[in-house]
Design a protein around this ligand. Sequence first.
Ligand code: WTA
Length: 632
Amino acid sequence: MTEPQSDLPDIYYPDETTLKNARIRDWQQVEEEAAADPVAYWEKRARELTWSKPWTRTLDDDDAPFFKWFVGGKTNIVTNAIDRHLDGPHKNKLALLWQSEDGKETRTFSYFSLNRAVTKMANVLKALGVRKGDRVTIYLPRIPEVFFAMLACAKLGAVHSVIFAGFSADALTARIDDSESKVVITADGSWINGSVFPLKDIVDQAVRFSPTVENVLVIKRTGSEVTMDPLRDHWYHDLTALPIARGACETVQVDAEHPLFILYTSGSTGKPKAVLHTHGGYMVGTYATLRDTFDLNDGDRYWCTADAGWITGHSYVVYGPLLNGATSFMYEGGPSYPHPDRWWSLIEHYGITTFYTAPTAIRSLMRFGDAWVNRHDLSSLRLLGTVGEPINPEAWRWFYEIVGQGRCPIMDTWWQTETGMFQIAGVPAMPQKPGSAGRPIFGQVAEIVDEKGDPVPDGTEGFLTLLNPWPAMMRTLYRDDQRYLDTYWNVYAGRYATGDSARRDEDGYYWVIGRTDDIIKVSGHRLGTAEVESAITSHSAVAEAAAIGLPHEIKGNAIHVYAVLNPGHQGSREMTEELRAHVATHLSPIAKPDEIIYVESLPKTRSGKIMRRVLRARALGQDEGDLSTLDG
Ligand code: WTA
């Protein structure tokens, strides 16, 4: 039933209402001004926020690429995300609306009551000995407490490390140990499609031998039976009933460059990368980009469907909206529980105006047909957004026509855990092209280069690089400066290497194609081939394995694993199920391979490196390329 794509427009212009309401109408002019002096542009944006001590140097590039922003300045992201709203007109404004997966519970927080909740959590953490600079691991589902936990850490100047609550005990242990967390904040369980996922049990396994974790704070969510270690574990509601939780708690003023959080993300080797972000620059960057791209205003009810365990949840569920004094909505469950119109019914019920999600979710909901959408009144929507992977034009048009009813511009936002904030994105007044993320944000220059780092002509595919430093850039990989340099800055001199391939068209729009390294985006989630391989080879039947990503209609990419079994084991359907389950429990259910192919050997270079590119080419029936280094 799909119409031939060629008859459809390949550029969509904002309608009159969008243009009339756009905060930035003359985007070309803003783009030009920011290009002429990017540092001045960010300085101007930073002045819109509150600082207890002004900065003396906006960008310090003396030790590049260890850039510093707003040097000498003091603030706290919480000063701007919460405190400054308490003295102003936003005190009684809704900051957060939340609905439970079963739909029976709704919780709402004004900025005033959010502050109360965050202060309480900060007081509790302080009583548990958490101080400025200490690391705290947060392993929570999509419940309001994930906001409180992150903000409470930030308020104290402690460093949070949020782990997606779908990671297994092994993955959790590695991340807790690496960050040397003192405290873990979790829940007795989380709801997933009507069943309980045992978060606390996983934490128990993960911290059993932890040399650093002194306390585990447990939020009661599902009411499931859990084991509580009397010395280590505390019910959150027990502690909040004590006097220690009461009273005000100072928002510790920190240097702009003081660490705010560590977020582990997949890299090309097995060890996840600990991306480090700081208070000042991250605050300015997430505030400004969300404001410009989503054009947030006081009439909005904003919903980003991401989980707080990923960067999108950090920047554009928790911090960005609060920094803008916006009203956010959070929903505990998944898109099609109990029916494929759950999201649409929530948009209708809460009057969501701006809706930000991932292409994979759009593609999966599109499959259920238009009727599920059409039975709801989605007239409140004014703007849509996507993130995480390229969006295919067919899904873009469905999102635009059916969900947005041809009225809402779509902001396709390209960025990464490392960039902290959007790097390529539009603003509502900018025409959009389905499948393109648009243009570099104000103040950024993106260039497509060849293997040597030389820019390629427009229309040619190459490696996407960024030229200008930006406030919310990661500062380093936690305790691994060398890996920071090698992965991002030493690939092409003077440029930030994104790891993505892309091309730019003649209008200056960027078309991101995908990763060029050993990272696979599966349903928008970022996974490393090495992580999947090490999970699967930890099974006693497996001698070695290679994981690759192959195109998948809904998920964007699917994981295919080539496995060599140890003598005495046979590849069978049972074995495949066992190995899939093994990956789920040793890494995460999101990393379960779609296919496991049993082979006698893997193609390797003479030095023993697995040639995944050869496996990929073979699977896709493509030219295998240069095989001169292939062994045998
Ligand atoms: C991919 C997610 C195309 C890209 C915020 C990038 C995208 C990786 C887009 C980072 C987009 C993200 N269009 N591809 N709009 N957004 N990507 O760290 O490959 O989970 O390098 O951050 O996602 O994934 P991460």
